[in-house]
Design a protein around this ligand. Structure first.
Ligand code: DLL
Length: 428
């Protein structure tokens, strides 16, 4: 299970993946009351093709929450080495357990993330993902241990100290959320430093949706290659998929470790490659907390064709947003990322924003909060320019508020981009 696993032929990968899927179904039906019931009409022996897999019922977050955490582990607590929880802001956290083999699986998946990014022995990873229940910090920590690379377990927060350490230790790799990378670069400038004072070469950023414009901005400001990494606690944590430095165009999914599909969120049917849909994942090798056909809520597509790097694993596109983050303005479906792309093209704006969604007379309305880059900027003219640009790009009119510099909260982990007041307005 190493780099070579990403070079085997497509047919070998697909056969292996179907076989592992079949075994996973057998296992969960044997060990988990929830799946005994949910998959009672499914005969694992009959699953022979991708189409057969598409007939297997899906699982969602509510299903995971409906089970007592011990029975959702699928193995006795004595076999669990580590517990984590998803960072969901709504509802109770979903707890997920790892056996010793699961930790090995995670380390394998994460080592690939570093290898794809060209990280090697002699590199120093400044790991500013949060350590703790969130899987980001420990996920990258394990990646470094597995690869034999030095890691600084700095975690998130205390941003001035982060910048000082980056300069003093001359780390070559930065790992954190993209919004935190942006904040680090902002604080670096406030401290009178520039990218030349640092020694960064590559950044591996994920855990939240980010636009191409944000990627370009981070690459320019920090002088690095900024790569995307995807994952979720329910499957393993970070490491389900990541970009390679050679191709830098979409994320290779570790298909021999995680089975993936993209379906139409309305009909539940698979969509053709290249078409946007909801990502569905099965943890085909996980012993504890396995999930079968888990609906992630994340919108992406399969990128057709092969990658310049020679890996045979298929690539998924950057996540466009979550099904539940999508909002509709006068019939136009939008994700926060669409607004972000338009805002970051405007040099007069600081690279931070917040979207306040409200509802007036049964219609969704959007107020976009932005900050000027320069303190002395003419706010009214700026608001008009931003509004014009957003109307043009999004095809609907939105309201714009230019806030005081440094007033929009900066992120040290996952940024809160959307403030949704619609539910409040319903109950008025
Ligand atoms: O965010 C795991 C992670 C840590 C991934 C560090 C990458 C780096 P959760 O807290 O369970 O796990 O949140 C999972 O975050 O369903 C997506 O909605 C979102 N997400 C994760 N990676 C990306 C990404 C970690 N690269 C949820 N782009 C997922 C967009 C992402 N969204």
């Amino acid at each position: 299970m190493d780099w070579d696993a990403e070079k085997v032929s497509r047919s070998e990968l697909e056969d292996r993946s179907i076989e592992l899927f079949r075994e996973a179904v057998r296992r969960v039906k044997r060990t988990m009351p929830f799946y005994q019931e949910r998959l009672k009409d499914i005969d694992a022996d009959q699953i022979r093709t991708i189409d057969d897999i598409a007939q297997v019922p899906t699982t969602n977050k509510a299903d995971l929450r409906s089970q007592a955490y011990q029975s959702a582990l699928g193995v006795p607590l004595k076999d669990i080495m580590e517990l984590h929880a998803s960072s969901g802001t709504t509802g109770s956290a979903v707890v997920t357990g790892y056996t010793a083999n699961d930790l090995k699986l995670w380390r394998t998946a994460m080592k690939r993330v570093l290898l794809r990014a060209g990280v090697h022995r002699g590199d120093l990873v400044h790991n500013a993902y949060g350590y703790g229940l969130f899987t980001g910090g420990l996920g990258f920590h394990y990646a470094a241990l597995e690869t034999g690379v030095t890691v600084l377990p700095i975690s998130g927060g205390q941003t001035q100290r982060q910048v000082t350490m980056l300069r003093e230790l001359q780390a070559t790799v930065l790992t954190c959320t993209p919004s935190y990378a942006q904040h680090i670069s902002e604080v670096m400038k406030q401290m009178g430093m520039s990218k030349e004072d640092l020694n960064l070469r590559v950044g591996i950023f994920g855990a939240e949706a980010w636009s191409q414009q944000m990627c370009d901005e981070i690459e320019r400001e920090l002088g690095i290659t900024a790569l995307d990494v995807y994952g979720l606690a329910e499957i393993i944590g970070p490491g389900v998929a990541s970009e390679c430095a050679e191709g830098h165009k979409g994320l290779h999914v570790s298909e021999d470790l995680f089975h993936f599909e993209v379906i139409d969120p309305e009909t539940g049917k698979p969509v053709p490659d290249g078409t946007l849909g909801e990502l569905v994942l099965t943890s085909i090798r996980r012993e504890a907390s396995p999930v079968v056909r888990y609906r992630t809520g994340d919108i992406t597509r399969v990128i057709p064709g092969s990658c310049a790097c020679g890996r045979t694993t298929r690539r998924m596109d950057h996540i466009q947003g979550r099904v539940d983050d999508m909002f509709t303005l006068r019939g136009v479906n939008l994700f926060p990322r669409d607004v972000e792309s338009a805002l970051l093209e405007m040099d007069a704006l600081a690279p931070v924003y917040q979207l306040v969604l409200d509802r007036h007379q049964a219609l969704d309305v959007l107020e976009v909060h932005v900050e000027p880059r320069e303190t002395e900027a003419e706010r009214e003219a700026l608001a008009t320019a931003v509004q014009r640009r957003l109307n043009e790009v999004l095809g609907v009119s939105v309201m714009v508020a230019v806030m005081d510099p440094q007033s929009i909260p900066r992120s040290e982990g996952k940024a809160v981009r959307v403030v949704d007041r619609r539910k409040l307005s319903y109950s008025r």
